[in-house]
Every structure is written in C-alpha cells, then in structure tokens.
Ligand binder design. Structure first.
Ligand code: AQP
Length: 345
C-alpha cells in the first residue's frame, strides 16, 4: 500500500446476514482492488439505523460483517478495515454537509422514495439523510474512486455535487486547491447483480422478509441446497441467459457461472438443454463449494475475537488519522473556532 495508489472506499451495512449479492456484487471485487489501490473498507453501522433496527443485534452484526470481509479475502495488512461509528468524523462531517445540501436534492433520490414507500409513516429523517452520510464517508478519505452498482450511482453523483458545488465552490479560499476531492465512480468490469431466488426481477436483499429469497454467506450446506431446490423456476426446458421472459433462468445460470468459476459461454452450452431438476443440484453444489473456504475462514476469525478486535482498532486509528485531517480542513474553511485557540479562531 503506498500513497501514490488511488484511494478507494466502500462499505456494507450490518443490517443482517450478508448474502451472495453482497459478496459477488461488492466484496469479491474489493479483494482484487487491494492490488492496485489504497483501500478503505468500513462496516457502515450508522447507515444501518436509518431503518428500524434491533439494538441487541447491531454489535454482533457489525462484528460478523467485519469478519466476513476478512473471510472473503480483505487483507488487513493491505486494507484499512474499520467500523464507521467508531470514527466520529463521519457524523460531524455529515452535519456540516447537511447544512449546505438543498432538501430537494435528497427528496428526489430514488432509493429514498423506494424505501420510504415501504415504511409509510415510520420513515425517519435519517433515511432521507442517508446519501449525505454516504457523501461524508467518501469525502472524509479523499477517495479517488468509489465502486458503485446501478443502485448507488445517484448517491455518488450527489456526493460529487455536494463536494464541488456546495463546499469547494463556496468555501475553498483558492479555486486551485479544492477542500474536498471529487470522487469518480469505479465501474467494475463484471458488476454482478444477483436477483432474489423467489423473484428473478427483484434484487437479492438482506431486508427481504422471505429468508428463502437469498443465500446467506453463512448458510449451512443443507440449507443452501434446500433454498435452491425451492427457488422459483419456469416451465421451459433448458437454461439460457438474457431472455427477458425468463429472469429466473438468467439469474440462476449467472450464479452458476460465478460460483463455479467457469465462463458464461461454457455454462450456457452445458445447461442449454438441461431440465431444472438436473440443473439445481449442480448449482447447489457449486454454491456449497464456493462458500466452504469462506465459511471456514469466518469461523477461524470468530474463534479469535482478540485478533479481530485488533484489526478493527488498527483500522479505526488509521481511518481517524485520515478523516481528522479532512474534517479540520472543512471546519476551518467554514469558519469554526479552533479548539483550544480562543484568540486565533
Ligand atoms: N443483490 C445484489 N446484487 C449485487 N450487489 C448487491 N449489493 C447488495 N445487494 C446486491 C451490493 O452490496 C453492497 C452493500 O450493500 P448494503 O448492505 O450497503 O446495502 P444494499 O445495497 O441495500 O444491500 P441489501 O442486501 O439490499 O441490504 P438492505 O436489504 O439492508 O437494504 C453494495 O455495493 C450493493 O450494491
């Protein structure tokens, strides 16, 4: 890891058990980024409370999410792994950004509208403010790039607008020296979007009330096999990619390619004439085998809580050091009185 490498920041919410979508769509790609980037990966627990949460589960879900990052191949010697709420600069920068972000920028966020619809009257201010907290997460670390799937593109655009139009343009004393680095999206070559096992048109999601809709990374082999056996199918013989009338075939065949590590071309040929009854056990076996080493590594990390805590503490310190510098820069530009220097403001 050197300072010359472009910096990347990303995170997952500890809102429940991580699933195949979180792994194949996000964390798996982070592992490769460690070779070419200065990588910061946080467990975004402050984001997790923007929807109703269970206080008895939050700490455990935070730890298990961190342990899963490591089990998936995030290397604490090369990456900074930390818990968002343990670096208070996230909340503080979020407040400063809130005060310059127009309300109507937030009201038009698609994810807010979708999640708010599901919650009715229970929707919190925190849910509306989610993208500003995400902007703070990114901008605190001078991130050059942020890996984004389709669902997060709009939020990254907002982070860029806040940095550029609301902070740099208004408060940077010198236009050639922006206060906040404006991050670029990092579109990964094979951005996998994993769909629900019970509805091929809906994203696999932690918050889907139907457990059978997702395969969690820690599901035991029998449960994986059972969930795949019950996954929604259609009456057509043969698996294929890209047929809009057959979203389940496309999703399960894509999963088979990703989990077996074979090319899409190869699995398309192998499964072109296969019935569902023949295909599903193959997919189940590929899923069980792909998750086996990850589950073994996870169990090892959880058997050694002191080492896991040490990784998070080391990550917290490094994150705090970087974030503190950015926050001090923004506080000063916004005109706050510096602590302990009453005469020099
Ligand atoms: N189904 C998916 N396919 C591909 N990528 C996915 N991600 C999530 N679901 C899929 C990616 O995982 C990262 C972290 O997600 P998150 O937990 O921060 O929030 P999310 O996208 O809202 O994930 P969930 O599982 O749907 O959580 P809930 O149900 O709590 O909202 C992101 O990079 C995301 O793209």
């Amino acid at each position: 890891m050197t300072q010359q490498q472009p910096r990347v920041l990303s995170g997952v919410q500890p809102t429940g058990a991580l699933h195949l979508g979180n792994w194949l769509g996000a964390i798996r790609n982070w592992v490769d980024l460690q070779d070419s980037h200065d990588t910061f990966f946080c467990v975004v627990d402050l984001h997790a409370i923007t929807v109703p949460h269970d206080p008895d589960r939050l700490a455990e879900d935070t730890l298990s999410t961190a342990a899963l990052y490591l089990a998936c191949g995030i290397d604490p010697a090369r990456s900074t792994v930390f818990v968002q709420s343990q670096v208070p600069a996230h909340s503080e920068l979020c407040w400063l950004l809130n005060c310059v972000t127009p309300l109507n920028w937030l009201e038009r966020m698609i994810q807010f509208k979708e999640k708010a619809l599901k919650q009715g009257d229970a929707v919190s201010t925190g849910l509306l403010d989610y993208p500003v907290l995400m902007a703070a997460d990114i901008l605190l670390y001078d991130a050059d790039r942020v890996p984004v799937g389709d669902d997060q593109k709009q939020h990254l655009e907002l982070a860029r607008d806040i940095a550029q139009q609301r902070i740099n343009a208004r408060f940077a004393p010198n236009p050639d020296q922006p206060l906040l680095k404006v991050p670029e999206p990092l579109i990964l070559k094979e951005g996998a979007r994993v769909m629900s096992l019970t509805d091929g048109r809906a994203k696999m999601s932690k918050s889907d009330p139907n457990e059978g809709s997702r395969i969690s990374l820690l599901d035991p082999p029998e449960l994986i096999t059972r969930k795949i056996k019950r996954a929604k199918t259609d009456p057509v013989l043969g698996l294929e990619f890209g047929n809009p009338e057959r979203p389940e075939a496309d999703n399960l065949l894509s999963l088979y390619a990703l989990l077996s590590g074979r090319s899409r071309e190869a699995v398309a040929v192998e499964c072109a004439a296969m019935g569902w009854g023949q295909f599903k056990p193959l997919l189940a076996e590929a899923a069980v085998e792909a998750l086996r080493p990850l589950q073994a590594s996870y169990a090892e990390w959880r058997r050694d809580p002191a080492t896991l805590e040490a990784v998070l503490e080391q990550g917290r310190q490094r994150a705090q050091d970087v974030a503190g510098v950015t926050l001090a820069r923004v506080r000063q530009a916004l005109g706050f009185l510096a602590p302990g220097r009453p005469d020099q403001g």
